[in-house]
Design a protein around this ligand. Sequence first.
Ligand code: SF4
Length: 436
Amino acid sequence: MPRTDIPAWLDKAQIMAALENTQAPTEAELQAIFDKSLALESLNLQEIARLLAVQSPEGVKALCEAAAKVKEKVYGDRIVLTAPLHISSFCSGERADMLASCVRKNRSAIAESTRNLLREGHKRVLIIAETLGEDGFDGVLEAVHTVYSVREKGSEVRRANVNLTPLRKEDYEALRDADVGSCNVYQETYDEDVYASHYGDGPKGDFVQRLEAVEMALAAGLQDVGLGLMLGLGPWKYDVLALALHAAHIERSFGVGVSPINLHRIAGNAVNPVADDEYIRATAIVRLALPCAGIILNTCKAAGPWREACRYGCSQIITGSVVDPNEPAVPVKEVVRYLVQETHHMPSFCCACPRLGRCGDNFLSVVHEAGSIASQCGPNSLASFAEYLHHYAEKDIVDAGLSLIQEKLEAMPLHIRGAAEKLLQKIELGRVDEFI
Ligand code: SF4
């Protein structure tokens, strides 16, 4: 039986009142909110509701620009690229008969998928399983070990993150021991009525269990936990406010900020459709609300709204769908091409922080003390991208990529530029996996 004891922090009446009673801010009020985000302070419910009330084209433009500035301050101009790896066939998980039709990929199929991703140049993988198959959690754990065990022409997965259905504490402990990076649990929507009408009492029907999953993961010793929205399932403004309340609750309870935040937009059959411009606004508002959090968008379709949204607060892109393994992933070279040629962001395959123990509250203390992680992201991203260009990229991207690296080097403060040049020299000599 799904639980009904919704925790006190998810106060629906409070969220609805904030949405209904909050006026759009004046220019001065808006600037004060931007200044707070730029000082890397999380916004409160009222401030986020004010941002959600902004409707004027000038206000929305200012909001998007402020989000881009906050992201630039915290992470610099890099965007990390991660590959999705679905370990089971598509399953919406809405009904038991659909769950039963889910097919878990076997070990050799997972190894082959991993090899394909390595051949493309990926170093980071997001293992996705929204439901457990007949082999239960053991199948997930075996997938993690398999992904880490694959070697392809001297290359290997340097970071495996997971996006999973809620698990038991001992399962999260096993993931911690298997060296999994961030552990993501999509709440999908925080509107319990929409959630219940969508999932009923099927295998994904326990709304409260899902709400508490990341707390279980933290209690088990995982350091990075991520939340996620399926924008288009519940009302998006409600979900953005509730997500911020969830993040605040975790920070109060565990003394650690939530990161990353996953924002997926449902493309078809949305219960509460979200337009492209609303998706972009949602991304920008989440960036302003939680300035230090990683924000992940996924590509789903080559021409999807991620192309525009990635300019306004996004720090990471999943190069494919996190929902449907049957949707063709956008090849990483296409995402790289877009970033290099259109947005001039630095594509990054960097995995330095988790490998140096800059995780969870350690990571956030570095960000808060220095006001940024950009002095590490800059050199590391350049080095990881140079490695990609040397080993995986097509000729036209190599030229454009090397020009972008040069452009970014010249824009760096001298002390950071020195560190970047040292890393680049090592990559030039054929070394790999260089970082600070
Ligand atoms: Fe990410 Fe850390 Fe690398 Fe920056 S230095 S790209 S935060 S892993």
